[in-house]
Design a protein around this ligand. Structure first.
Ligand SMILES: C[S@@+](CC[C@H](N)C(=O)[O-])C[C@H]1O[C@@H](n2cnc3c(N)ncnc32)[C@H](O)[C@@H]1O
Length: 280
C-alpha cells in the first residue's frame, strides 16, 4: 500500500497539500458525521481524557479537517475554538458544517509548517493570556516539518498550557509496517493463533506514501518520526510531556479463533498514541 519517497522536500510538501485537497471529500464522506470507528473508539476518548476540559477554555485546533472535533470541543464546554488546516477544501467544508457554532468556532486556512504565518494570524486570536489548550488529532505524521508548529505553539499558548496530539503509533502503525496472523501448534496439541506487526523502519524512517482510508483515490504523504524525534523537537521548543496514552481495540472474549490482521483484532498492539505536551 505504500510507495517510497521520490520527490524532493519542497515538492513533497506542496504535493502533500494538493493530495489532501483531492482526497478531502472522500475522507469526509467515509469519516461520517460522528467520525469513523477508529476516531470514536481510539482517538476521541484518549484526546478527551488528556484534554480534560473544565469549561470556558479558549482552544486552538491544528489540522482540523472538516471540523468535527472543533465542534466536539465546544460541546464539551470550551468557550471558543480557533481551528486551522492547510487544505482549503477541508476548511470550506468545515465552515459549511459550522451551523449553530458560528459564534464559537473560527476556521482558517493556515500551514502548520509556516511559523511566521501561524504567529501572525493566530496571535491576535489567542486572547489576552494566549490559548488555554491546543489539540491536533491524527495529523502530526502528515505534517512535513513539525518544528515550526512547536515553536509557534510555544509563543501562542498560555504559560503552563497543554498541547494534546493524537497520532499513528510510530512504532507499530507505520505506513509500511505489515500486519499478520500466525498459527502454530503447541506440544500439548493446542493450536495458538496470534496477531503480529512486522516493522523494518522506525528509526530514521523516510517519508512514504500510503493509504489512510481504503478506497481513497490518491495515496498521501506520511512523514514518520520516532517517538524520541517528536519528543526532542517538543523539548527543544520548551515543552515537557505530562500525559501519554497508547490506544488499542478491546475485543470480546472468545473471538480469538477468528483473528484477522485488522487493528480491531490487535488488542495488544496500539495503533494510536496520544501525547500531552505542556509549556514549561
Ligand atoms: C488524517 S487528517 C486528520 C483531520 C482531522 N484532525 C481529523 O481527525 O479528522 C490529517 C489532516 O492534516 C492536515 N495537514 C497536513 N499537513 C498540514 C499542514 N502542514 N498544515 C495544516 N494542516 C495539515 C490535512 O489537510 C488533513 O486535514
Amino acid at each position: 500500500m505504500f510507495q517510497p519517497a521520490t520527490t524532493t522536500e519542497p515538492d513533497r510538501h506542496a504535493e502533500s497539500r494538493d493530495i489532501w485537497n483531492l482526497n478531502a471529500h472522500f475522507w469526509i464522506e467515509h469519516f461520517g458525521a460522528e467520525g469513523n470507528d477508529f476516531h470514536r473508539v481510539l482517538v476521541a476518548p484518549a484526546a478527551e481524557r488528556l484534554l480534560a476540559l473544565k469549561g470556558g477554555e479558549h482552544v486552538l485546533e491544528v489540522s482540523c479537517g472538516s471540523g468535527l472535533f472543533a465542534r466536539r470541543i465546544i460541546d464539551l464546554g470550551a468557550e471558543s475554538v480557533v481551528a486551522f488546516d492547510y487544505s482549503k477544501v477541508f476548511v470550506d467544508e468545515a465552515r459549511k458544517r459550522n451551523e449553530g457554532y458560528e459564534d464559537k468556532i473560527e476556521f482558517l486556512v493556515l500551514d502548520a509548517t509556516d511559523e511566521q504565518a501561524m504567529v501572525r494570524e493566530l496571535m491576535p486570536r489567542s486572547g489576552k493570556k494566549g490559548f488555554d489548550k491546543a489539540l491536533s488529532n491524527m495529523a502530526i505524521m502528515d505534517i512535513s516539518d513539525i518544528t515550526p508548529l512547536f515553536r509557534a505553539l510555544r509563543t501562542l499558548l498560555n504559560p503552563g498550557a497543554q498541547f494534546i496530539a493524537t497520532l499513528m503509533h510510530p512504532a507499530f502503525n507505520h505506513p509500511d509496517s505489515v500486519r499478520g496472523v500466525e498459527q502454530f501448534d503447541l506440544p500439548n496439541g493446542e493450536t495458538v493463533k496470534r496477531t503480529y506487526i512486522k516493522a523494518h523502519e522506525y528509526l530514521g524512517a523516510r517519508p512514504v506514501k500510503g493509504i489512510g482510508i481504503p478506497g481513497q483515490a490518491h495515496a498521501h504523504w506520511y512523514f514518520p518520526r520516532s517517538l524520541h524525534d517528536i519528543f526532542n523537537i517538543a523539548f527543544g521548543a520548551g515543552f515537557v510531556v505530562d500525559g501519554f496514552e497508547e490506544a488499542a481495540w478491546n475485543r470480546e472474549e472468545g473471538e480469538e479463533k477468528n483473528l484477522t490482521p485488522s487493528w480491531k483484532d490487535m488488542t495488544k498492539l496500539p495503533p494510536v498514541v496520544a501525547i500531552r505536551f505542556r509549556v514549561l
